[in-house]
Design a protein around this ligand. Structure first.
Ligand code: A5P
Length: 229
């Protein structure tokens, strides 16, 4: 396994240690979250009794194949914890960008239903300012997406419609489009989050503000666990 993947796996397996018998667990999306899913499945095979709420159709399918029992948020409106990856993390505030994997809407709904949101990342995800490397993905209804683009441009976002490999617009699990917005470094993520959410046609965005409760960062030298500041 390449070094980067090893770090993702190390962070994921540390995250899985927080899962206890009887918990309802949000199952994140992305390559790091998939390592956590496999770690969780091993514990389930060993007798751990949990139920999971998946944040994407892909993770739901993997969880079923791995033997992790699934429920919906209607069955379990309050979850004990969620384990998920992230694209950029600001450790000073726990503000985060998520959504490169396209699952930000369900990820945010599940995170908000959870008492704890545990983020598992390799050190490359830790930034000094949000927006350093990654765009902010914005999920929008497909009808009139061009108009929303203009509003996001007015906010300085330089939105790009995300495309699938076949060149057609990428469609999320909830049937929406994604606009990847390149704001550059973001001075005030909370204010930007409000401004984006206020645009009619926006369903949700990838700025996760005040949601994460614990961040697990894997470095080549070892793991560091950060609690909400
Ligand atoms: C999925 O929509 C994203 O929010 C992921 O959590 C994020 O892209 C991290 O992905 P990796 O773990 O694959 O880096």
């Amino acid at each position: 396994m390449e070094e980067h993947a090893k770090l993702k796996e190390a962070a994921a397996l540390r995250g899985v240690e927080y899962v206890r018998d009887g918990m309802a667990v949000g199952l994140g999306t992305g390559s790091t979250a998939e390592f956590a899913l496999r770690g969780l499945a091993e514990r389930v095979a060993g007798g751990l009794r949990i139920v999971g709420v998946p944040t994407s159709e892909k993770i739901a399918g993997m969880a079923r194949d791995l033997g992790i029992p699934l429920v919906t948020l209607e069955d379990r409106p309050e979850l004990d914890l969620t384990i998920d990856g992230a694209d950029e993390v600001l450790l000073s505030t726990f503000d985060v960008i998520k959504g490169r994997g396209g699952a930000l809407l369900r990820e945010k709904i599940v995170a908000l239903a959870s008492k704890q949101e545990i983020l598992i990342v390799d050190e490359s995800k830790v930034v000094d300012r949000l927006g350093e490397h990654d765009p902010v993905p914005v999920e929008v209804v497909s009808f009139g997406w061009g108009r929303v683009c203009r509003e996001l441009t007015a906010l300085g976002g330089d939105p790009q419609l995300r495309k699938s490999q076949d060149g057609k617009p990428y469609v999320t699990d909830s049937g929406n489009y994604l606009l990847d917005c390149h704001f550059g470094t973001i001075d005030n993520p909370r204010a930007l989050a409000y401004l984006i959410k206020a645009i009619t046609g926006v369903v949700e965005h990838g700025l996760f503000i005040g949601i994460a409760t614990r961040v697990i960062v894997a470095h080549p030298e070892g793991i560091q666990v950060y609690e909400k500041p």
